[in-house]
Design a protein around this ligand. Structure first.
Ligand code: HEC
Length: 109
């Protein structure tokens, strides 16, 4: 009568279903190396390890597949997130990085 699997199932369900949104996932898994997102103007990033990702223009020359692959399998000093987040969630993250302010479309600056 072990109940151990229950916790894992709950976790899987919360990730797969109406789970945390991409901004929250970014905050939990990515901000420590890439800085908070969206960045407050002039916000300090303590020893960022990775490039800032808060400007979609920085990623304009990368394809979605390149970004997906880098996040899933790692790149340089970045670990892969295939095991911890899964492909579906990482796809959403890529879309989030592409358009962090969706809903305010056309607000260009
Ligand atoms: C341990 C620190 C660390 C964490 C955690 C981390 N990254 Fe990175 N990330 C890096 C570094 C370092 C690079 C630069 C890799 C290189 O080009 O050599 C990078 C590069 C990237 C790139 C650019 C890839 C490219 O093709 O130029 C993206 C996009 C990215 N990270 C997204 C994420 C996302 C999304 C997360 C959270 C799920 C994340 N990173 C978590 C360190 C990290």
């Amino acid at each position: 009568m072990s109940r151990r699997p229950v916790l894992g199932l709950l976790l899987a369900a919360s990730l797969a279903g109406a789970g945390p949104d991409s901004a929250a996932i970014y905050g939990r898994h990515c901000a420590k190396c890439h800085g908070p997102f969206p960045a407050a103007k002039g916000a300090e990033v303590p020893r960022p390890l990775g490039p800032r990702l808060d400007d979609p223009r920085r990623l304009a020359d990368r394809s979605d597949d390149e970004l997906l692959g880098a996040i899933l399998d790692g790149k340089g000093a970045m670990p892969g997130f295939r095991a911890s987040l899964g492909e579906e969630e990482v796809r959403k993250l890529v879309q989030f990085l592409r358009n962090p302010r969706k809903g305010r479309r056309g607000a260009g600056k």
